[in-house]
Design a protein around this ligand. Sequence first.
Ligand code: FE2
Length: 318
Amino acid sequence: MLASADYTYQPKGGGIHPREAAEHHSRVSGRSLAEALREAGVGIEDVDAVAVALGPGMGPCLRIGATLARYLAVKYAKPLVPVNHAVAHVEIARFTTGFEDPLVVYIAGGNTIITTFVEGRYRVFGETLDIPLGNCLDTFAREVGLGFPGTPKVEELAMRGSKLLELPYVVKGQDLQFSGLLTKALRLVKEGERLEDVCYSLVETAYSMLVEVAERALALTGKREVTLTGGVARSRILCGKLEKMAELHGAVFKPVEPRYAGDNGAMIAYTGALAYASGVTIRVEESRIRPMWRLDQVDVPWRARSDPRKTLNSAADV
Ligand code: FE2
């Protein structure tokens, strides 16, 4: 039997190529579905509904998943449940940490968002204005020959660095920019600085920017829990920094369970189940993909009903 990791797209080098990734998804989707059903010990007829990630993400990849989901919904007469990929990263973090109402730091190759639940939705309390943090680290790693995914390798070298080099620290209000940081870090490598020191400076600067924004969001919202989700949630250095910051505010920190940190079907299925239980479905004809779908555009009725802290003021009072 294939482990689920065998279904994960691994770029041959040079980062994720949307068409190659889509071809991969189309090649493994049938086997992946069959194995998931076999492992769960159910047949397709036992399934209540089909959850589908409509966005955000790369169009060609989203289209493969959506096509299969629509096919299953029509062929087996099952309701189709739209899921926002970013909301799913948040929900799987809540599920695996057991947290009720955390501040969520969501860092991946495609996203950098600080969010928490306020008034019926996950609101954005800071995000990148240019490239995501995961993309910044992966691109740096690729350009200096460390391979993909780059974050663990950059961190490994960072732990052997000691000289803090000056890099652009760009926080605008609650938002972040990483492209200047990436350009300068690459230039320093070309100028002959030790790679370990550049990695150390890159990680220290980028993570400090992020923790600064997360800290303000925590102070504003008064939440008592902090979690980290997305592909970069496996980062030991970032976890350490967020844990310290949370402690300073009397909050508890716990990252998403590592095997659910990167993209996974379980988070889509789980969030789909929550949404379906709250009556969220979509007609097949309306289930177009939404590559730019923001998480703060999504109503979250499964929390709105149960969460007593519905306003920002009451959340801050807790
Ligand atoms: Fe993702």
